[in-house]
Design a protein around this ligand. Structure first.
Ligand SMILES: C[S@@+](CC[C@H](N)C(=O)[O-])C[C@H]1O[C@@H](n2cnc3c(N)ncnc32)[C@H](O)[C@@H]1O
Length: 363
């Protein structure tokens, strides 16, 4: 089992919305509002285990970092991409070990970290950022995460200078050599663009992508930008252009006092799937009920008809009627509700994918 070692980056987990990334040093310590945690106590502990504060009253969990956790703890120097988009990008571009990927802009390096994991150990990510400070910070972050051999960060305005061959060649650490010994271009398997004007780089992306399998993806928050990207992709010769929108709707089940519920808190489509009393079902379209009604209404069994009706309307499979019953002692003022998560790590935008067609062979 892997244990925490000096020099490791460790995610300190205090709760779902309270995580930090620390670097373990001999004699170092981590302070939070609960106490002081010595790094020396953490060294040798298995990842996933607890570390106790100096006074032994509180504990934190020590987690091994991965791109998903880095995305949460990463200092956000820019807007960043989140899991739903990242997973669609990796899958849509077919980013696999050994692939050569070009990306711009680097931003906070959240997507770059996920791409690096996918192309490792033999592939490479070339990422371009026109803000010097962000490029430098991202390079430092990648070094701390041990990703320097997988990511080359270049300070460049890709809209002005493009992704063209000579500049890339200068930054290449892996040679691209054809079977005949010639340097081979185009050489990139995938290009990803998360900049305000991706259309300005579409032609350049076409030039560096391998014919037949090279894939381009752009992220744009507005449909007008998507439209402009698509027109440019079409003009330069990309094929299979398609746009998708990734929306995430995590659902949390929570117990709530019925009096304080508003229609926002009571989506009937979800509440059908939850354990409930008849009283809850009656109020599916009625967010709160009066105190008098709550006190007077006795918990009842479903009649066969209401139960069947609910199952039909929800599309749910019939289940044992005891599933719907709350324990006897449960106060009726409270009920379980499926609520949209209060914190959603996402922002909306459109992903447009396009493929470079196979090279034309002269007749
Ligand atoms: C939204 S952020 C990218 C976030 C990144 N995908 C992530 O997950 O962390 C966009 C970045 O693109 C950079 N950028 C904008 N236009 C650019 C250009 N023409 N060339 C290079 N970088 C550019 C910005 O400086 C910014 O850092």
């Amino acid at each position: 089992m892997d244990t925490v070692q000096e020099g490791d980056q460790v995610i300190v987990y205090e709760g779902p919305s309270k995580m930090n990334c620390i670097t373990i040093t001999k004699g170092g310590s981590h302070q939070n509002r609960f106490g002081l945690f010595d790094h020396d106590d953490m060294i040798g502990k298995a990842y996933g285990s607890k570390a106790y504060s100096r006074k032994g009253q509180c504990y934190i969990h020590l987690l091994r970092p991965n791109p998903e956790l880095f995305a949460i703890v990463q200092e956000k120097r820019t807007q960043v991409l989140y899991q739903a988009d990242i997973s669609m990008i990796i899958q849509g571009l077919n980013i696999l070990p050994g692939k050569i990927v070009l990306e711009s802009g680097t931003g906070s390096g959240v997507l770059s970290t996920s791409i690096a994991r996918s192309v490792a150990p033999t592939g490479h990510l070339y990422t371009f950022e026109f803000n010097q400070m962000r490029a430098d910070e991202a390079r430092k972050d990648f070094a701390k995460r041990g990703l320097s051999s997988l990511i080359t960060t270049t300070h460049r305005d890709v809209a002005g200078e493009g992704l063209s061959k000579p500049e890339i060649e200068g930054s290449l650490s892996i040679p691209f050599v054809s079977p005949t010994g010639e340097k081979e271009y185009p050489y990139a398997d995938c290009v990803f663009l998360d900049i305000p004007n991706p259309w300005a780089v579409v032609e350049s992306a076409f030039k560096v992508l391998r014919a037949g399998e090279g894939m381009l993806c752009t992220f744009s928050p507005c449909i007008e930008q998507v439209s402009r990207n698509c027109e440019e992709m079409d003009r330069v010769g990309f094929e299979d252009v398609k746009t998708i929108e990734c929306l995430v709707c995590p659902i949390e089940v929570k117990r709530r006092h019925r009096e304080y519920l508003t229609p926002w808190y009571h989506p009937p489509a979800f509440s059908n799937f939850l354990p409930s009393t008849n009283q809850e079902k009656d109020s599916d379209n009625e967010p709160s009920i009066s105190k008098e009604k709550q006190n007077n209404t006795k918990q009842q069994e479903d009649t066969p008809i209401t139960k069947q009706k609910r199952e039909e309307s929800s599309g749910a499979q019939p289940v044992d009627s005891s599933f719907y019953k709350l324990p006897e002692q449960t106060p009726q003022r409270f009920a379980s509700f499926a609520l949209p998560a209060t914190q959603m790590r996402t922002h909306t935008g459109f992903l447009t994918f396009a493929r470079k067609p196979p090279a034309m062979t002269p007749n």
